[in-house]
Design a protein around this ligand. Structure first.
Ligand code: GDP
Length: 588
């Protein structure tokens, strides 16, 4: 059979897909209709929907491929000119919970920032810079791996190097694997910090072996991954780790153009009273100065104030530098790309164009796979998980939302995000959740006493978390509770009915010969007469020679007391096919 590959850049129209499949448009529309979608010839289908439909059509020789949409405004990669200059590496620290990421970043921060004030930084910082020798390294701090995944979803890569922290006394754990996968898909270089080597149970070689089993071969074993044994707590070998980061950066020849309009990414944004929008940016090209106009998605602004990560005024920011600015008219989204434009008029026009493009995109790709799956499987209300998400800053809300959407429910549960917002959980959230079977999740926010009282009265669950994984675990657990349980039946044996002694509305006493297997109290049985299913009964007791026994086995004859849901007239010659049934909760 000839293989056929269809490339989909974002979405494909019904017309294009029909052409590519060699089908008539009407038959494709017909197939969509069967799946509950009333589509027109120009309707756009997303990748997932197209693949579901191709599966439904049984077209096994057709392969769908996602085509990169390199023209998206959010795409960050641009060709460098020969005037590009070196820039600091952008590093993310990832790893399993409790393996020491926070400790590593804290120790580095204290060790490497000259100013004593570093320890006094209490506000949440999303990125900072350290000096090692005369060079600078930018570290990103994020709510979790999901945040990176979210940035990736928004179409940009911003990490050059991922430092994966693995505790030497614990080895590779699920989030370690996640971090490895993330770094690989993001095309980032990996450096492993084997942490907690001061601990008694630390075993560096075993940890290396564990890592090699997960595709990371240490350099000293002939592989290509630098692994540095460290103690984040005691500060052991951290200089060596920073040396390795810089060495990796040198090999990568990280560069950026500076004589282009400034550009970069929004890495955090929130509102502050008196200041308006406070936005953290990471510069990826050009130089940003106060007074310049920038556009991000559908919003724009004039850089009113610009601070470095320590909160000190900064006049000019160069590539790989994180800064905090004020001046955006509205909050841009986490992961949005920003660019500098020449004046306010251009800024306004571009933000409007972006707003239109965003609106068109969401209007045109109006059949998404989740709509389709919803229509196919989960018309049932009990399969909808309603949530309200509140977070301290827009970045965390976006991360939570994107990560929730990434939980794979095999299409069985529909996630319905009732609303999202920045700030503490309030009356309005509880109103919205009340009566709607909705969970309110708060990430790094608090719940005022009067609000918890109100929620308790209205039976609205409010759950607050400071660790994104814990929030996701809870949501996953909630979704698992909505899944239909798995039913496991096991055949046990068969009896031929030789006598029926009493038949009542919900009980039968009879007897017979066990032909195969066995029969015990609490077994269930299907009554079968001439291959026809008559009904289901439950064995309440088993007797042999008028005495209660634990079982009858093949070859034995005896009596049974059976429980039925409705009257069943058991007859001589019927077969009882015994089985057990267990229901098992399913997991995602
Ligand atoms: P995270 O969840 O990955 O951010 O882990 P944390 O940095 O919060 O560390 C978890 C625990 O491990 C804390 O109690 C730390 O004090 C401890 N810890 C982190 N690094 C080291 C280390 O190098 N040696 C020892 N002995 N303990 C460490």
């Amino acid at each position: 059979m000839e293989e056929k590959t269809i490339q989909i850049a974002g979405s494909i129209t019904v017309d294009e897909l029909a052409n590519a499949l060699g089908l008539s448009v009407t038959s494709l529309i017909g197939e969509l209709f069967k799946n509950g979608i009333v589509a027109t010839i120009n309707q756009r289908l997303d990748y997932e929907t197209a693949s579901i439909i191709i599966d439904e059509l049984g077209l096994k020789n057709v392969k769908l491929e996602r085509k990169n949409t390199a023209t998206k405004t959010s795409d960050i990669h641009r060709e460098l000119s020969d005037k590009a200059v070196g820039r600091p590496p952008v590093v993310a620290v990832m790893g399993h919970v409790d393996h020491g990421k926070t400790t590593l970043l804290d120790t580095l921060l204290h060790k490497k920032t000259v100013e004593a004030e570093a320890g006094g930084i209490t506000q949440h910082i999303s990125a900072y810079q350290l000096k090692h020798g005369d060079r600078i390294i930018t570290f990103l701090d994020t709510p979790g791996h999901e945040a990176f995944a979210a940035i990736r979803q928004h179409g940009a890569m911003l990490t050059d190097i991922v430092v994966i922290v693995v505790a030497a006394d614990d080895g590779v754990k699920p989030q370690t694997v996640e971090a490895i996968n993330f770094a690989k898909t993001a095309n980032a270089k990996i450096i492993v910090a084997i942490n907690k080597i001061d601990r008694e149970g630390a075993d560096i070689d075993r940890t290396k072996a564990d890592l090699s089993n997960h595709g990371l071969q240490p350099e000293e074993w002939g592989g290509d991954i630098t692994m540095v044994p460290v103690s984040a707590k005691l500060g052991t070998n951290l200089d060596q780790l920073l040396d390795m980061i810089l060495l990796t950066a040198d090999i990568e020849e990280l560069k950026a153009d500076v004589d282009i309009p400034a550009e970069g990414l929004v890495i955090e944004s929130h509102m502050e009273t008196g200041k308006g929008s406070v936005v953290n940016l990471l510069i990826t090209g050009g130089e940003l100065k106060t007074g310049e106009f920038i556009v991000a998605g559908s919003t724009y602004g004039k850089v009113r104030t610009m601070l470095d990560w320590r909160g000190k005024p900064k006049g000019k920011a160069t590539p790989s530098t994180p800064v905090t600015i004020t001046g955006f008219k509205e909050l841009p989204n986490f992961g949005d790309r920003f660019i500098e434009v020449k004046d306010e008029k251009t800024a306004r026009k571009m933000s409007l164009l972006n707003a239109q493009a965003i609106a068109n995109e969401s209007a045109s790709a109006n059949v998404t796979s989740s709509d389709l799956l919803r229509m196919m499987n989960v018309a049932d209300n009990s399969k909808i998980f309603n949530v309200i998400i509140k977070g301290d800053v827009l970045g965390s809300v976006t991360s939570v939302v994107d990560s929730l959407k990434m939980i794979d429910t095999h299409g069985e549960i529909t996630l319905n995000i009732v609303s999202t917002g920045v700030g503490d959980i309030n009356e309005n959230d509880v109103y919205m959740a009340a009566g709607g079977n909705t969970v309110i999740y708060g990430f790094n926010v608090s719940v005022p006493i009067n609000i918890s009282k109100m929620a308790a009265r209205d039976n609205v669950p409010i759950r607050t978390y400071k660790v994104i994984y814990e929030l996701l675990d809870d949501a996953k657990h909630e979704m698992e509770n909505l899944l239909d349980a798995e039913i496991i039946e096991e055949d046990k044996g068969e009896m031929k009915v030789l006598g029926v002694f009493r038949t009542e509305k919900t009980s039968i006493i009879g007897g017979g010969e066990v032909l195969k297997g066995d029969v015990k109290p609490a077994y269930l049985a299907r009554v079968v007469r001439d291959k026809e299913y008559i009904g289901e009964v439950e064995v309440t007791s088993v007797q042999k020679e008028k005495m209660d026994v634990k079982e009858l086995v093949a070859g034995e004859t005896g009596g049974l007391a059976l429980k039925t849901k409705q009257r069943i007239d058991l007859k001589i010659g019927d077969r009882l096919k015994f089985f057990t049934r267990e229901t098992k909760k399913r997991t995602l």
